[in-house]
Ligand binder design. Structure first.
Ligand code: PEP
Ligand code: MG
Length: 559
């Protein structure tokens, strides 16, 4: 049987299924035989034990997992949740039931908000289960340990579990819930775990079933044939060879360079990115540094972080994006008004312009860090929609000492007038995540419209082609920094459409490097033409695959 979901990365795994234990049963709603004060003591004690455990796991795991687990630990001791528990206890409920109800109410609230917030609902369920298990003196729910390598199948994984997965035992991960932006997906990507998320039919898999988890094809095959297993094992061996291959600069088969850069959210990721062969940074998401800040960061604080980043990439290009606040990444000090449609609201450059002091301070900090280091700093503005905004940003950046200033092309309007936008600045970087969301009018965080969110759609590809053509005409660089650049075949198409560099999560670099090396500039153009001529996203991908296999066949028969 084939089960469809969303693959994270390009990996393949084969192994027997072990299911994550089902959740604890809902605590019975019966009157407590203890008084509310005593129940309150029990609840608070368990909440703080669980909070400490989560913080502890975070400290051990490090990286993105640390932030996620610390956030969870804070949720476990959130004063408003504890107040809610206390109120419920006053009505005579048991601590188990009060914790269950308080967390469930909060969880429903988040789930109702949709998008990024809804995907945090699983975090609350996990805390609630851990606290109830502690109250009942049961082992905390978590990843099973069957004593042999296995494919873990779960409804969704709590961040605490994903962070602590034993990568020698867990061959792959399949979840029936969770979208591409869930914490499970984010952590799986960071840890390079072969994963397919949001595979609803995974609920039918049972312990011991053999499966092939194929992230590249968004597929899980249960009860595979001998041939399918052999094919999967070949691909696993190919990927192992690929990961062990020497790290060379990105280039097409004739040697045409296509610099491969890293997307980073903190200077902490620099060493790993360099190890994986990042030739520089193509997108540094500065807003990730300040997601929890109540007040705008000081120039000094920013300068320190940027200096650390630029020092790590001495002699290389580093493209920093000024704060992209709003929609899925609100910053308290930049977006304080409630908006009905935040993705269409005061976000990105619009929010910065509204609080120009913050933009000036950031540019000042960046220019100072640039002056103190040897990297080649480029700075760009997010969510540009007009030529006028481009001029505004360019003027301000140059006034404050930035040498190379450009814009992100992530709105259809910027793409449609890319010739004029590029004439007004030094470079463009296409953010395919937002460009796809706005072109297809499909919220990038909403699972229900996921079928419309493909950057393979020819409507998106046509816009990218226009930007590429404008860049070539004016001799200005056009990079790609959205997730599309991490798809090895689409990366070739993007180069065929005129992209001059590609930036991605560092874990995707090896696959993209290997894919580019298989095609000449003419091949890349042929793939791009095939994709552009297709009717929809799936057809465009198929057309590019067919063109790629024609090229490989022609080459094999010629040699
Ligand atoms: C994009 O929109 O493609 C992009 C790279 O920016 P972000 O994902 O941070 O919005
Ligand atoms: Mg964006």
């Amino acid at each position: 049987m084939e089960i469809r979901g969303t693959g994270i990365g390009q990996g393949v795994a084969v192994g027997p299924v072990v299911r994550m234990a089902d959740a604890l049963p809902e605590p019975v709603d019966r009157p407590s035989h203890l008084d509310p004060e005593r129940e309150g003591e029990r609840a608070r004690a368990s909440l703080s034990v669980v909070a400490a455990e989560l913080a502890n796991r975070g400290a051990k795991a490090g990286g993105a997992a640390k932030d996620v687990l610390e956030a969870q630990s804070m949720m476990a001791e959130d004063p408003s949740l504890i107040d809610e528990v206390t109120k419920l206890l006053a009505t005579g409920k048991t601590a188990e039931r009060a914790v269950y109800e308080a967390f469930a109410a909060y969880r429903d609230l988040l789930a109702g908000m949709g998008g990024y917030m809804a995907e945090r609902a699983a975090d609350l369920d996990d805390i609630s289960q851990r606290v109830i298990a502690h109250l009942l003196k049961l082992p905390p729910p978590g990843v099973p340990n069957p004593g042999h390598p296995f494919v873990l199948v779960a409804r969704d994984l709590a961040p605490a579990d994903t962070a602590m997965l034993d990568l020698d035992q867990v061959l792959g991960l399949v979840t029936s819930d969770g979208g591409p932006t869930s914490h499970t997906a984010i952590l799986a990507r960071e840890k390079n775990i072969v994963a397919v998320v949001g595979a609803a039919d995974a609920a039918t898999l049972a312990d011991g079933d053999m499966v092939v988890v194929d992230a590249a094809d968004d597929l899980v095959v249960s009860d595979p044939t001998t041939e399918q297993v052999a094919h999967a094992n070949e691909r696993i061996a190919e990927r192992a060879a690929l990961e062990a291959a020497p790290v060379t600069p990105g280039a097409l088969s004739d040697g045409t360079p296509v610099p491969l850069l890293a997307n980073l959210g903190s200077a902490d990721g620099a060493a790993e990115a360099l190890k994986l062969g990042a030739e520089g940074v193509g997108l540094f998401r500065t807003e990730f540094l300040f997601l929890d800040a109540d007040a705008a960061p000081s120039v000094r604080e920013q300068q320190e972080h940027y200096t650390r980043l630029l020092t790590a990439f001495a002699g290389r290009k580093v493209v920093v994006r000024v704060l992209d606040a709003g929609a899925d990444k609100p910053l308290a000090f930049l977006n304080d008004a409630h908006e009905e449609n935040p993705a269409l609201g005061l976000r990105g450059i619009r929010a910065l312009r509204h609080s120009e002091v913050i933009l000036r301070e950031q540019l000042t900090a960046l220019a100072a860090a640039d002056a103190a280091t040897d990297a080649e700093l480029w700075v760009m503005a997010p969510m540009i929609a007009t030529v006028e905004e481009t001029r505004y940003f360019e003027r301000l950046a140059k006034e404050l000492g930035i040498r190379v200033a450009g814009v992100m092309v992530e709105t259809p309007s910027a793409a449609l007038v890319a010739d004029r936008v590029l004439a007004a600045c030094d470079f463009a970087s296409i953010g395919t995540n937002d460009l796809t969301q706005y072109t297809m009018a499909a919220d990038r965080l909403l699972g229900t419209v996921a079928n419309l969110q493909s950057p393979w759609h020819p409507a998106v590809l046509r816009l990218i082609a226009d930007v590429g053509a404008a860049g070539a005409e004016l001799g200005k660089p056009v990079g790609i920094c959205g997730e599309a650049a991490a798809d090895p075949l689409l990366a070739v198409v993007l180069v065929g459409l005129g992209a001059t560099s590609l930036s991605m999560s560092p874990s995707a670099l090896a696959d993209v490097r290997a894919s580019l090396a298989r095609y000449s500039p003419d091949d890349a153009k042929a793939l791009a033409r095939a994709a552009l001529a297709a009717e929809g996203a799936a057809e465009a991908k198929q057309a590019a695959q067919a063109a790629a296999s024609d090229i490989t066949t022609a080459r094999t028969s010629a040699s």
